[in-house]
Design a protein around this ligand. Sequence first.
Ligand SMILES: NC(=O)c1ccc[n+]([C@@H]2O[C@H](COP(=O)([O-])OP(=O)(O)OC[C@H]3O[C@@H](n4cnc5c(N)ncnc54)[C@H](OP(=O)(O)O)[C@@H]3O)[C@@H](O)[C@H]2O)c1
Length: 256
Amino acid sequence: MAFRIDTDFQGLQPGAPRPADPIAGCRVAITGGTAGLGLALVKEFILRGASVAFVARNRAGVDQVADDHPGAHGIAGDVSRKDDIYTIAMQITGELGGLDVLINNASSLGPVPLALLGDTHCEDLESALATNLLGPFRLTKALLGALAASAREGRGAVVLNISSDAAVNPYPRWGAYGASKAALHHLTRIWNEELAEEGIRFLSVDPGDMDTALHRLAAPDADPVTLKRPEASAREIVDSIAALLPLRVLSTEGNR
Ligand SMILES: NC(=O)c1ccc[n+]([C@@H]2O[C@H](COP(=O)([O-])OP(=O)(O)OC[C@H]3O[C@@H](n4cnc5c(N)ncnc54)[C@H](OP(=O)(O)O)[C@@H]3O)[C@@H](O)[C@H]2O)c1
């Protein structure tokens, strides 16, 4: 599917209100924003008028995406590393002046090539859990204060964790990844129950099988034509977040 070019924000007169899209003016952080679904999310949020900070490990990749998308704040960091989390969180809130939406998207497959559980090294299971479960848990915890403040201010607050059908289906060879995604999915549901009163909403979303580097690593023989474009998944995800946010009518002067 071709990437949609949305011209909603072009041609506005200075001072005119922006179109009614709850995403416009949102402050959004995305982990894994330099490739695949994460990059498609960065593009979609920017297109719809959000302020975006994104995270990935490879600094050259981060700088490239930031250069290609003026206004997007690139942060080099590894969400699987405990020591990186507070620095990442501080940079997110520092760059955006707060936070309305967090998307935990960065992911590890565990062993590559995928392996039966009996052949999976403990370190590969640990790696999948560190990136897919502990990273999102730590980053969410570090950003809860900013999200709660946003909810109190009536801006809305959403944490969306990217799941997978491997979280619910026992696919052979997907054990490390599937177990980590199942745990993330359940964690998301519990966060949602516990923080509903604070006004922070939690979503767990399976984006579908997409034509990305991660999918090529996992299933090198898959025909890309049969796979979803990450841009299509990104639009669906942004729409599902928009449905949970209050409408903001903003001047073109910005939202801060
Ligand atoms: N592709 C599919 O078919 C599919 C299906 C179901 C669910 N999903 C889920 O969709 C999400 C996106 O997957 P994708 O296919 O778009 O992946 P991808 O193409 O491999 O992109 C992964 C992104 O995450 C970054 N990243 C990886 N590990 C990181 C870490 N520890 N810390 C920070 N950034 C990290 C990568 O950049 P660096 O390498 O520079 O860090 C890159 O920007 C994942 O949660 C995945 O599990 C994908």
